[in-house]
Write a protein that binds this ligand. Structure first.
Ligand SMILES: NC(=O)c1ccc[n+]([C@@H]2O[C@H](COP(=O)([O-])OP(=O)(O)OC[C@H]3O[C@@H](n4cnc5c(N)ncnc54)[C@H](OP(=O)(O)O)[C@@H]3O)[C@@H](O)[C@H]2O)c1
Length: 332
C-alpha cells in the first residue's frame, strides 16, 4: 500500500490537520529504464513549508491543492533501472510526502550511512546545517570576540548557528521559548547565555544585560517583537542576518513592527535576508567544514523524532508550538 499526504486547502492563519488529506492506494510501483523506486525513511518538516501552503508570491512556487506536499526526504532505493543508483543505496533530496515513489534520480544525493546517521542529512548535514553555516559566515562575517545573538536558538538552524559562533570565537547569546531549551543551549551547546522570551517581560533590557558589549551580529529566525528588541542593542556596523520569521508566518494581517531605518542609519548597520540556495556554490565547503567539526566533536546536534508517516502533518504543526528541540524529523 502506498500512502500520500496532499494539500487539501490553503490554511488561514495557523495551519491545522484539516488542511491536509491522506490518500491510501493498493498498488505496486514498478520502474522503467532510468528510474528508481524509493521508500521514504525520514521526512523533514520545516517552517518554510508554511509559505508554500499559501499562494502568495515567494521565492519558490506554492504547493498545489490536491497535490502531494514535498520536502527534504531521506529514502532507500528498493529497485533501480538507473546506472547511478543501486538497490540498497540511501539518497536525500526533495521528494513527495509518499511512503514510496518513483524517481529519475534528478537532484538526489547519494548519502553514506556509515559517515553519519541518516537523519543527520536532513539537519546538520542537510539544509538547516547549510543555512546556519552560510548565513553566519557569508552575511555575518564574524570576527573573534564579537557578540552574536541567535533567535530560535534551540531549533535546527539556531542551535548550529550558536555552536559555529562559539567555534569562531564569538560571545553567543541564544533566545528560545522554554526554560528547558534555555538550559540546553548553555549546557549542551556551549552558548554563553540564553534567554527565555516567554518568561522575559522586557527583552530589550534582558539583551542589554546579556550582551554588555552590545550586539555585533544577529541571526534572526523568528522576526516580530523579539527582533525589534535586538535593534535597541546593536553596535555600529552590526550585521543582521534575516533567515526566517516564524513568529509572523501564520499572521493574517501585516504585522506592526517598529521602523528599522533609524537603527540601521545610526549604526551603519546591515540587515540582509537570504535563502540558503543563494550560497549553493559554498555547499561543498560548508559540508566539509560541518562534517569535520562533527567528527572532531566540536559540533553536536539534537533531533526531535516523530514516529510514523501519518504523523507528518502533526510534526509540522508542532514546529509552531515549539515542540521540537533541534531538528524536527519524521521517522516513517
Ligand atoms: N532562509 C533560509 O534559507 C532558511 C532555511 C531554513 C530555515 N529558515 C528559517 O529559519 C527559521 C528556523 O527554521 P528551523 O528549521 O531551524 O526551525 P526550528 O527552529 O527547528 O523550529 C521552529 C522553532 O521556532 C520557534 N517558534 C515557533 N513559533 C514562534 C514564535 N511565535 N516566536 C518565536 N519563536 C517561535 C519554536 O521554538 P521556541 O520554543 O524557542 O519558540 C520552534 O521550535 C525559520 O524561520 C525558517 O523558516 C530559513
Amino acid at each position: 500500500m502506498i500512502q500520500t499526504i496532499l494539500l487539501k486547502k490553503r490554511p488561514k492563519g495557523k495551519p491545522t490537520l484539516s488542511d491536509f488529506e491522506f490518500l491510501k492506494e493498493e498498488k505496486d510501483l514498478s520502474v522503467q529504464e532510468g528510474e528508481i523506486l524509493l521508500e521514504a525513511t525520514y521526512i523533514s518538516v520545516d517552517p518554510y513549508l508554511r509559505g508554500r501552503m499559501s499562494d502568495a508570491k515567494s521565492y519558490i512556487p506554492p504547493f498545489e491543492i490536491g497535490k502531494p506536499i514535498t520536502s527534504g526526504v531521506v529514502a532507500k532505493v528498493i529497485a533501480s533501472k538507473n546506472d547511478k543508483f543501486k538497490q540498497g543505496d540511501y539518497v536525500s533530496g526533495m521528494m513527495d510526502w509518499k511512503t514510496q515513489q518513483v524517481s529519475k534520480g534528478e537532484g538526489l544525493l547519494k548519502i553514506n550511512k556509515d559517515l553519519a546517521p541518516l537523519s543527520a542529512y536532513l539537519g546538520i548535514l542537510g539544509m538547516t546545517g547549510l543555512t546556519a553555516y552560510c548565513g553566519l559566515t557569508q552575511i555575518g562575517k564574524p570576527q573573534a570576540g564579537e557578540t552574536l545573538v541567535v533567535s530560535g536558538a534551540a531549533g535546527a538552524v539556531g542551535s548550529v548557528v550558536g555552536q559555529i559562533g562559539k567555534i569562531l570565537g564569538l560571545y553567543v547569546v541564544g533566545i528560545a521559548g522554554t526554560d528547558e531549551k534555555v538550559a540546553m543551549l548553555t549546557s549542551d551547546f556551549g552558548f554563553d547565555h540564553a534567554i527565555n522570551y516567554n518568561t522575559t517581560e522586557d527583552m530589550g533590557t534582558a539583551l542589554k544585560t546579556a550582551c554588555p558589549d552590545g550586539i555585533d551580529i544577529y541571526f534572526d529566525n523568528v522576526g516580530g517583537p523579539i527582533s525589534d528588541a535586538v535593534l535597541f542593542n546593536i553596535n555600529k556596523f552590526a550585521r543582521m542576518i534575516i533567515c526566517g520569521a516564524i513568529s509572523v508566518y501564520n499572521n493574517t494581517e501585516i504585522p506592526k513592527s517598529i521602523s528599522v531605518q533609524p537603527f540601521l542609519v545610526k549604526n551603519s548597520a546591515l540587515m540582509q535576508g537570504f535563502i540558503v540556495s543563494n550560497y549553493s556554490e559554498k555547499f561543498p565547503e560548508a559540508m566539509k567544514q560541518l562534517s569535520t567539526w562533527l567528527a572532531e566533536d566540536k559540533l553536536t546536534y539534537t533531533e526531535t523524532t516523530v514516529e510514523g508517516f501519518e504523523n507528518t502533518p502533526q510534526a509540522f504543526l508542532d514546529l509552531f508550538e515549539g515542540k521540537n528541540k533541534g531538528k524536527m524529523i519524521v521517522k516513517v
